[in-house]
Design a protein around this ligand. Structure first.
Ligand code: IMP
Ligand code: MG
Length: 178
């Protein structure tokens, strides 16, 4: 197997777990017993799976759906175009929706997803991200619930990938790309 780059741990599994419990406490209080959760694939799936179970113990019993988006040109200064790769199958009409993703960076994909859900009749769409990289926003969107602020480094693990790898790491770490 090829050499794996060194990973510098930023948030341990225990640190993440404690933060997920605290977020679930706030979210259950804010959104009530039956919100609809829309997890953004692929990066949001690990965080969502843990958050769901933490919500269960706080009398919050959400329905759950998945959305996959891709954003072209997001890394450049030009305007990124967002396309839906895998749409939700449940109807968000009249629902209080919690949109869950791994990380908020430019905000392009998430602002597109939020607007799409509102256009389809969701009454409220709150955004929850595990990580936020400040100072990178290109779209007008802020998260309602944030796990951790993250330095401007490339991070992997707990759902986040580099070249399709590392999503299974139980912790979040930074890798140096050369
Ligand atoms: P944006 O907010 O529309 O720019 O999209 C951010 C997306 O880029 C996230 O959902 C991740 O999939 C990906 N991303 C951004 N920063 C990182 C990182 O440090 N590691 C892994 N993926 C990242
Ligand atoms: Mg993503």
């Amino acid at each position: 197997m090829a050499d794996r780059p060194e990973i510098e741990m930023l948030f341990s599994a225990a640190t993440i777990q404690a933060r997920v419990e605290a977020l679930a406490e706030t979210i259950a209080r804010e959104l009530g017993p039956s919100p609809m959760i829309v997890a953004v694939l692929k990066g949001g799936f690990v965080f969502t799976a843990d958050l769901l179970r933490a919500l269960h113990y706080r009398d919050c019993h959400p329905r759950i759906d998945f959305l996959s988006l891709s954003s072209y040109g997001a890394g450049s200064e030009s305007r990124g175009t967002v396309t839906v790769q895998r749409d939700i199958t449940d109807d968000p009409t009249g629902q209080t929706v919690l949109l869950v993703d791994d990380i908020l960076e430019s905000g392009r994909t998430l602002s597109h997803a939020k607007q799409m859900l509102l256009d389809r009749g969701a009454v409220r769409v709150d955004l929850c991200v595990l990580l936020e990289k400040p100072g990178k926003r290109k779209a007008v969107i802020e998260a309602d619930y944030v796990g951790f602020e993250c330095a401007d480094r490339f991070v992997v693990g707990y759902g986040l990938d580099y070249a399709h790898l590392y999503r299974e790491l139980p912790y979040i770490g930074a890798i140096t790309l050369d």
